[in-house]
Design a protein around this ligand. Structure first.
Ligand SMILES: [Cu+2]
Length: 180
């Protein structure tokens, strides 16, 4: 009897690794409320480490927002769903018996989370405006080159040269006056 018991116990673990039991949102359903997380519930324990969940939007971008949280049999994956349409969830976990369990399913998002800052009307990325004026203001030479070309640069250098010569002449004249 004892031997039989050991055999049965020894035989069960192969079939005892955690299987996906249910999900939120459920597979092949349409979500009509803003979604902040995807929850996977397994029929047995999930090892806290090694859990991986990807939630891809219709464009194939991963919407996961942070690390998955494992609590007993459940894996909760925070997401930031910003695109309506079909999403695919892929998971890969290590079950309590050490076996890797993986799979995927799909759901449809009908409503997306409101985006606080970014205006949704202009989805095209507005390229960060590298401001040449501000850059040029730091160096007058660059500004001159940009606006007027060499002619203006020569003019500026001419003004500077005249000023320098005038300063030298005035200084010399004052020295002469003091001596005299
Ligand atoms: Cu197993």
């Amino acid at each position: 009897m004892l031997l039989l018991g050991l055999i049965l116990v020894g035989a069960t673990p192969a079939a005892a690794h955690s299987e996906l039991e249910s999900t939120l949102p459920a597979a092949d359903t349409t979500v009509t409320e803003p979604l902040t997380s995807v929850t996977l519930t397994f029929d047995d324990g999930v090892q806290p480490d090694f859990a991986q969940v990807a939630v891809l939007d219709p464009a194939g971008n991963d919407t996961v927002d942070g690390d998955p949280v494992i609590d007993g049999n459940t894996v909760t994956q925070p997401v930031s769903v910003t695109t309506a349409g079909a999403h695919s969830v892929s998971y890969r976990i290590v079950s309590a018996d050490g076996h890797i369990v993986q799979g995927s399913y799909a759901f449809t998002a009908a409503v997306v989370s409101p985006q606080p800052a970014a205006p949704t009307s202009s989805p095209e990325p507005t390229s960060p405006v590298t401001t040449p004026p501000a850059e040029a203001a730091a160096s007058p030479a660059a500004q001159a080159e940009q606006e007027g070309g060499t002619g203006q640069t020569v003019a500026i250098l001419g003004v500077l040269a005249v000023g320098l010569i005038a300063t030298v002449l005035i200084t010399a004249a004052r020295r002469r006056q003091r001596r005299g």
